[in-house]
Design a protein around this ligand. Structure first.
Ligand SMILES: Nc1ncnc2c1ncn2[C@@H]1O[C@H](COP(=O)(O)OP(=O)(O)O)[C@@H](O)[C@H]1O
Ligand SMILES: [Mg+2]
Length: 291
């Protein structure tokens, strides 16, 4: 426990993991943020969903498996710090940073499983932020998802990790790297506990200007959704406010408690966050209900 911030961030696993059988039915609902593309908004959206669920009264755990960037961890530390220094009443999750093993994927798995076990004893939902790369730890986290949220920039460069697309017709030619990885983890999840993964793709940093690109992306995503099995949620606009809030550890759901004067942009951005929360909790709910 960091005395100053109050956030629990064990650097190393203290005791051996539980037997596999005990881990089979993870009771907490697992919401994973994933996309092999860096900079797509995983950590920003994960933070907003953590705070949204806390404010809705859930017992929320969070796990950061991107120990290299540790954006979610840093965001939460900033939040704890500002709550402390300014006396704001800001809800915080029970947080774990899982440090990537230098030795083996097995050690990664032990560390991750132990974090899940610990959090699912006290939390009914666990939000996991993953790195923008294909690593064993990230794959493992995906295989535990009840809900997988994939933010992507509204660009064909980002879409290329989901599917190859015909440049003339915009027809989907075949799924690509990230979609195939998700398919593999869906099979693992099914084999482990017969569970399924509700996959949501969210377009992030939508431009107000580029309507032709927007329409083309929409068309491709709609046909891809049916083909590889995801649903889409309303996207987030490209707004400076999402970049500015990191340092203060605040989200758009905290503004009332911090005496911030709301602008039209705040209100529009906050609605986007609420729409995402509605999409996340309204899917087929396999474990602890979130409604
Ligand atoms: N909707 C948005 N509007 C503007 N900037 C955004 C938005 N979402 C994320 N960002 C910014 O984009 C960058 C990448 O976001 P981040 O959440 O760190 O992505 P990832 O975790 O996928 O690498 C950060 O600088 C973040 O502040
Ligand atoms: Mg990140």
């Amino acid at each position: 426990m960091n005395e100053k911030t109050g956030i629990t961030i064990p650097a190393e696993v203290a005791s051996p993991p539980e037997p596999a059988a005990k881990r089979m039915g993870v009771p907490a609902r697992m919401i994973i943020f994933g996309n092999e593309k860096g900079g797509s908004g995983k950590s920003t959206l994960a933070m907003h969903v953590v705070v949204g669920l806390l404010r809705a009264g859930h017992k929320v755990g969070s796990i950061d498996v991107d120990s290299r960037q540790a954006t979610l961890t840093r965001y939460l530390e900033n939040r704890a710090m500002i709550a402390d220094t300014k006396g704001f009443n800001l809800p915080l999750p029970e947080h774990r940073l899982v440090i990537r093993s230098e030795r083996s994927p097995d050690e990664d798995a032990e560390r991750f499983n132990q974090a899940v076990d610990a959090l699912s004893r006290t939390c009914n939902v666990v939000v996991v932020d993953t790195p923008g790369s294909d690593a064993p730890l990230s794959r493992l986290a995906h295989s535990y998802a009840d809900t997988l949220v994939t933010p992507m920039n509204d660009s064909f460069v980002d879409l290329d990790l989901l599917a190859k697309v015909d440049p003339e017709t915009f027809e989907v030619i075949c799924p690509s790297a990230y979609a195939e990885m998700v398919w593999e983890q869906r099979k693992k999840r099914m084999a482990r506990d017969r569970g399924s993964i509700d996959w949501i793709v969210v377009r992030n940093r939508l431009s107000t200007l580029d309507t032709r690109n927007k329409r083309n992306m929409e068309k491709v995503l709609d046909s891809l959704a049916k083909r590889i099995g995801f649903r889409t949620a309303p996207g987030f606009g490209d707004r400076v406010i999402f970049r500015e809030m990191f340092l203060s550890g605040l989200t758009l759901l905290d503004l009332r408690d911090t005496g911030t004067k709301l602008t039209m942009s705040h209100i529009a951005a906050r609605q986007e966050v609420r729409d995402l929360l509605t999409a996340v909790v309204s899917g087929p709910v396999p474990a602890a209900a979130l409604a």
